[in-house]
Design a protein around this ligand. Structure first.
Ligand SMILES: *Cc1c(COP(=O)(O)O)cnc(C)c1O
Length: 372
C-alpha cells in the first residue's frame, strides 16, 4: 500500500497493521465477542489519561470529534445554570456555536488567538457569575498550534464549584495528560488523531459521578446524550445504537500499538517530528504564528510569505502528488498553512517532505529564504 504522509491536523497517517485490523469476518456487534472488544477499548481509553477506572469512564460515540463537543455541552448543563467558554481559538468558537444552537446560557470569554488566556479575567468572570456550572476550553487549539494552561483554568473552575470540560482532541494520546492532576473532569478525542486509528469513532473520558448526576439534567438531544449512552453501556456493554464495527477493530489495534510504543516514547517521537518541522520552516525563513514558549509541539502554523509567486494550492498539489499532504490555516484574514506532527511518522519523513517542499517552492518561483 502507498504510505502517504499526512501533515494535516487529522486524520493522521496510520500503520498498516491498524489499517488491516479492519478486515475481519462479519460480526453482529451485539455478540459477546464484540462486547469484550468494547470493554478493552473503554479500559484503555481511560488508562491513556491515567484515570482511576473507579472514578472515570470512557463513553464512545459514532461520529467525528465535534460530536463530543456537542454531547458534553448539551448533556452536562443543569437547568438554570451557565457555561463559561474560555475562547482563544477556532475550536472553542465551535463550542460557542454549539451553545447557540441549543440555546444554552453561556458566556463567551473571547481572548486573543496568539496568547494564553488571561487567568485574572477568567477568575473575575467566575466571581461575577456564581451560576456558572461548567467551564470549557480547548487544550491544544489545532487551528494555531497554541497550548492552553488547563491545570490553571481547571483549578479556578473547581475553586468556584464548576465542572471543567476540555477539548483534548488534538493532544490526547500525544502529549501525556494526567486527568486528575490536570484538574480535568471531562476530556475528549476521536480515534483518527492521537491514537492513530480511523475516522468515525469518538470518545469522552470523564467522571462517573458527574455523568450519573446529569441523569437529572434537561435532555436536549436524543442521539447525543451522554447519560443515555453511558447507562446503556454500563448495562449491556454495548453502544446504544449500531457502532462503527470495523473502525472499532482498528481502534483496538491502535490502542495495543499505543501501549506498546509507550506514552513517553510516543511523545518523544512527536517532538522529534515537530522539531524537524520547525527547523525546516525556520531554515526556509517562514514565520510561525505562535511564540515558541506556548506552542503545543504538535502543529506549526506558518504565515504565507509576501511573494507574488506564493500559491498555496499549487504547492499543496505538488506535494500531494508526491505523497505529502499539507493543510491551510484556520485564522480569519491571515494567510497561513499548517504542518502537523500527528500520526505514525518520524523525523526522516519530515526530511523527505522538505526535499519535496523546496522543489515545490522552486517550481513556483518563490524566493528562498522567503520574505515578509
Ligand atoms: C479535530 C478536532 C476536533 C474535531 O473535529 P472534527 O472535524 O469533528 O473531526 C475538535 N476539536 C479539536 C481541538 C480538534 O483538533
Amino acid at each position: 500500500m502507498n504510505r502517504n504522509i499526512l501533515l494535516n491536523p487529522g486524520p493522521a497517517t496510520t500503520t498498516d497493521t491498524v489499517k488491516m485490523a479492519q478486515v475481519v469476518p462479519d460480526i453482529c456487534p451485539r455478540e459477546k465477542e464484540f462486547v469484550k472488544i468494547m470493554r478493552e477499548l473503554e479500559e484503555g481509553l481511560v488508562r491513556i489519561v491515567h484515570g482511576d477506572p473507579k472514578v472515570y469512564t470512557a463513553v464512545l460515540f459514532c461520529g467525528s470529534g465535534t460530536i463530543n463537543i456537542d454531547i458534553c455541552l448539551n448533556s452536562l448543563l443543569p437547568d438554570g445554570k451557565k457555561i463559561l467558554i474560555v475562547n482563544n481559538g477556532a475550536y472553542s468558537s465551535r463550542a460557542v456555536e454549539v451553545c447557540e444552537y441549543y440555546g444554552l446560557d453561556h458566556i463567551n470569554l473571547r481572548m486573543p488567538l496568539d496568547r494564553q488566556p488571561d487567568l485574572r479575567a477568567v477568575e473575575e468572570t467566575l466571581e461575577k457569575n456564581p451560576d456558572v456550572a461548567l467551564v470549557y476550553t480547548t487544550h491544544h487549539e489545532t487551528g494555531t498550534g497554541l497550548l492552553n494552561p488547563i491545570r490553571e483554568i481547571g483549578t479556578l473552575a473547581h475553586r468556584y464549584g464548576a465542572l471543567f470540560v476540555v477539548d483534548t482532541t488534538s493532544s490526547y494520546a500525544m502529549r501525556p495528560i494526567d486527568i486528575e492532576e490536570e484538574q480535568v473532569d471531562f476530556c475528549m478525542a476521536s480515534a483518527q488523531k492521537g491514537i492513530m486509528a480511523m475516522t468515525g469513532l469518538s470518545f469522552i473520558v470523564g467522571r462517573r459521578d458527574a455523568i450519573e448526576a446529569s441523569a437529572r439534567y434537561p435532555r436536549r438531544s436524543y442521539y447525543c446524550n451522554l447519560y443515555l449512552q453511558y447507562d446503556y453501556f454500563k448495562q449491556h456493554g454495548e453502544m446504544h445504537f449500531t457502532p462503527p464495527v470495523q473502525v472499532i477493530y482498528a481502534a483496538r489495534q491502535a490502542l495495543r500499538e499505543y501501549f506498546e510504543e509507550g506514552e513517553q516514547a510516543k511523545w518523544e517521537r512527536h517532538q522529534r517530528v515537530f522539531s524537524a518541522i520547525r527547523e525546516g520552516l525556520t531554515e526556509l525563513g517562514f514565520q510561525i504564528f505562535i511564540p515558541e514558549e506556548i506552542q503545543s509541539g504538535l502543529v506549526a502554523a506558518a504565515l504565507y510569505p509576501e511573494d507574488e509567486n506564493w500559491n498555496f494550492e499549487k504547492i499543496h498539489d505538488y506535494c500531494y502528488e508526491r505523497g505529502f499532504t499539507i493543510y491551510p490555516g484556520k485564522v480569519e484574514k491571515k494567510g497561513m498553512f499548517r504542518l502537523c506532527a500527528l500520526g505514525a511518522i518520524d523525523g526522516d519523513d519530515i526530511a523527505a517532505f522538505f526535499k519535496v517542499f523546496k522543489e515545490a517552492l522552486r517550481e513556483c518561483g518563490v524566493a528562498v529564504p522567503v520574505k515578509y
